[in-house]
Design a protein around this ligand. Structure first.
Ligand SMILES: Cc1cc2nc3c(=O)[nH]c(=O)nc-3n(C[C@H](O)[C@H](O)[C@H](O)COP(=O)(O)O)c2cc1C
Length: 178
């Protein structure tokens, strides 16, 4: 069984990115399981707590460690990755020498109602994960612009967008399982 750790970068209840993430998760073929990594309850990271056992930190580190691949589906906040995503990346990168990102397969999708699809956040997440030695999927890329026009009631209803996401999903799950 191939295990995917799914991270939604938005903490909003009505989230475009959550809908996109759920669409991609629904494309998982037989033999692939997708588990969501909850990040909204993570205390802000500080190295002062590296020696402590912080249950929420241990939970997400273990989930990422156990996964064959990680998928981050995230909005862009003020031309950057959301603070919650950065916090997760930092938590999972420490204590020093125990990063769970080293060699980890990771793919990034961003979605926005704007014209640029959250590309700045996507490239920033990529840079951060690559600096940690993660094996980042570079193609196909998904920076989904005008995402609000492709969704209705939390579902991807636009056929062209669904087809595009399905192609990405097939490539991602194949790569994760390889
Ligand atoms: C604090 C904040 C900053 C934002 N900055 C950007 C931005 O830089 N680029 C962008 O494309 N959208 C930006 N947006 C708009 C988001 O793309 C939009 O709220 C989107 O719905 C967020 O994704 P979500 O629905 O999955 O939370 C911002 C939204 C918030 C709340």
């Amino acid at each position: 069984m191939t295990q995917i750790a799914l991270i939604v970068g938005s903490l909003a209840q009505q989230s475009l990115n959550r809908a996109v993430a759920e669409h991609i998760a629904a494309q998982a073929p037989a033999g692939v399981s997708v588990e969501t990594v909850v990040i909204g309850d993570l205390p802000l990271y500080t190295q002062d707590r590296d020696a402590d056992t912080v249950p929420a930190y241990e939970r997400v580190r273990a989930q990422i460690k156990a996964a064959d691949a990680v998928l981050i589906v995230s909005p862009e906040h003020n031309r950057a990755m959301p603070a919650a995503v950065k916090n997760l990346i930092d938590i999972a990168s420490r204590p020093a020498g125990q990063s769970v990102w080293t060699g980890k397969k990771a793919a990034i999708v961003t979605a926005s109602p704007g014209a640029y699809g959250g590309i700045n956040a996507g490239l920033q997440i990529r840079l951060s994960l690559q600096s940690l030695g993660a094996d980042v999927l570079l193609a196909p890329e998904v920076f989904l612009s005008r995402a609000n026009t492709a969704l209705e009631n939390g579902e991807v209803t636009d056929e062209r967008t669904a087809g595009f996401l399905n192609k990405f999903a097939a490539a991602f799950y194949g790569w994760a399982a390889a």
